[in-house]
Design a protein around this ligand. Structure first.
Ligand SMILES: [Zn+2]
Length: 114
Protein backbone atom coordinates (compact mmCIF):
# COMPACT_ATOMS: atom_id res chain seq x y z
CA UNK A 1 0.00 0.00 0.00
CA UNK A 2 1.29 3.42 -1.02
CA UNK A 3 0.41 5.11 2.29
CA UNK A 4 2.32 2.51 4.31
CA UNK A 5 5.53 3.22 2.39
CA UNK A 6 5.00 6.96 2.76
CA UNK A 7 4.28 6.61 6.48
CA UNK A 8 7.45 4.58 7.00
CA UNK A 9 9.61 7.08 5.16
CA UNK A 10 8.10 9.98 7.13
CA UNK A 11 8.64 8.04 10.32
CA UNK A 12 12.31 7.38 9.59
CA UNK A 13 12.92 11.01 8.61
CA UNK A 14 11.22 12.30 11.79
CA UNK A 15 13.00 9.73 14.00
CA UNK A 16 16.39 10.67 12.56
CA UNK A 17 15.74 14.36 13.19
CA UNK A 18 14.42 13.67 16.70
CA UNK A 19 17.56 11.67 17.53
CA UNK A 20 19.76 14.42 16.12
CA UNK A 21 18.04 17.12 18.19
CA UNK A 22 17.36 14.83 21.13
CA UNK A 23 13.81 16.21 21.23
CA UNK A 24 10.33 14.81 21.15
CA UNK A 25 8.40 15.51 17.93
CA UNK A 26 4.89 16.90 18.40
CA UNK A 27 3.68 17.21 14.86
CA UNK A 28 4.76 17.05 11.23
CA UNK A 29 3.39 18.67 8.12
CA UNK A 30 3.41 16.86 4.79
CA UNK A 31 2.38 18.19 1.44
CA UNK A 32 1.50 16.21 -1.66
CA UNK A 33 0.22 16.80 -5.17
CA UNK A 34 -2.97 15.71 -6.89
CA UNK A 35 -1.75 12.96 -9.19
CA UNK A 36 -0.41 10.83 -6.41
CA UNK A 37 -2.94 11.58 -3.71
CA UNK A 38 -2.68 10.29 -0.20
CA UNK A 39 -5.53 9.08 1.91
CA UNK A 40 -5.03 11.05 5.12
CA UNK A 41 -6.76 8.51 7.34
CA UNK A 42 -4.80 5.53 6.02
CA UNK A 43 -1.57 7.48 6.26
CA UNK A 44 -2.23 8.50 9.87
CA UNK A 45 -3.15 4.94 10.77
CA UNK A 46 0.00 3.56 9.13
CA UNK A 47 2.11 6.20 10.84
CA UNK A 48 0.64 5.40 14.24
CA UNK A 49 1.48 1.74 13.67
CA UNK A 50 5.08 2.59 12.69
CA UNK A 51 5.50 5.05 15.59
CA UNK A 52 4.04 2.84 18.30
CA UNK A 53 6.41 2.57 21.26
CA UNK A 54 8.83 5.17 19.88
CA UNK A 55 9.50 8.84 20.54
CA UNK A 56 7.13 9.58 17.62
CA UNK A 57 4.14 8.01 19.31
CA UNK A 58 1.34 10.56 19.94
CA UNK A 59 2.61 13.02 17.37
CA UNK A 60 0.17 14.48 14.87
CA UNK A 61 0.41 14.42 11.11
CA UNK A 62 -1.03 17.14 8.98
CA UNK A 63 -1.43 16.50 5.25
CA UNK A 64 -1.72 19.44 2.89
CA UNK A 65 -3.01 18.70 -0.60
CA UNK A 66 -1.53 21.06 -3.13
CA UNK A 67 -3.67 21.74 -6.22
CA UNK A 68 -2.29 21.29 -9.71
CA UNK A 69 -1.24 24.58 -11.26
CA UNK A 70 -2.10 25.42 -14.83
CA UNK A 71 -1.26 28.36 -17.08
CA UNK A 72 -3.69 29.55 -19.73
CA UNK A 73 -2.16 29.75 -23.20
CA UNK A 74 -4.71 32.30 -24.32
CA UNK A 75 -4.61 34.97 -21.61
CA UNK A 76 -1.51 33.82 -19.73
CA UNK A 77 -3.20 33.67 -16.35
CA UNK A 78 -2.16 31.02 -13.86
CA UNK A 79 -4.86 29.10 -12.01
CA UNK A 80 -5.50 25.99 -9.94
CA UNK A 81 -6.49 23.14 -12.21
CA UNK A 82 -9.87 21.70 -11.33
CA UNK A 83 -10.59 18.32 -12.85
CA UNK A 84 -14.34 19.00 -12.70
CA UNK A 85 -14.03 22.29 -14.52
CA UNK A 86 -10.92 22.12 -16.69
CA UNK A 87 -10.87 25.63 -18.10
CA UNK A 88 -9.11 28.93 -17.43
CA UNK A 89 -10.69 30.80 -14.52
CA UNK A 90 -10.24 34.07 -16.32
CA UNK A 91 -11.28 33.53 -19.94
CA UNK A 92 -12.71 29.97 -19.82
CA UNK A 93 -10.26 28.85 -22.50
CA UNK A 94 -9.53 25.14 -22.49
CA UNK A 95 -6.12 25.69 -24.03
CA UNK A 96 -3.76 25.61 -21.08
CA UNK A 97 -0.63 23.96 -19.84
CA UNK A 98 -0.47 21.99 -16.62
CA UNK A 99 2.60 22.43 -14.42
CA UNK A 100 4.37 19.37 -12.97
CA UNK A 101 2.59 17.91 -9.98
CA UNK A 102 3.83 18.83 -6.52
CA UNK A 103 6.08 16.15 -5.01
CA UNK A 104 5.45 14.53 -1.69
CA UNK A 105 7.33 16.60 0.85
CA UNK A 106 7.94 16.55 4.54
CA UNK A 107 7.49 20.28 5.04
CA UNK A 108 8.21 20.74 8.71
CA UNK A 109 8.51 18.97 12.01
CA UNK A 110 7.56 20.60 15.27
CA UNK A 111 9.45 19.56 18.38
CA UNK A 112 8.59 19.90 22.02
CA UNK A 113 10.45 22.66 23.85
CA UNK A 114 12.94 21.23 26.24
ZN1 LIG B 1 -7.32 32.34 -19.92
Amino acid sequence: MHETIVARSIFSAVSAKAAELNARPISAKISCGQLNPINDEILKFAFEAAAKGTVCEQMKLEVVHIPLKATCKKCGKGFDFDIYSPACENCRSEDFEIAPDAPLLLEEIEFEDT
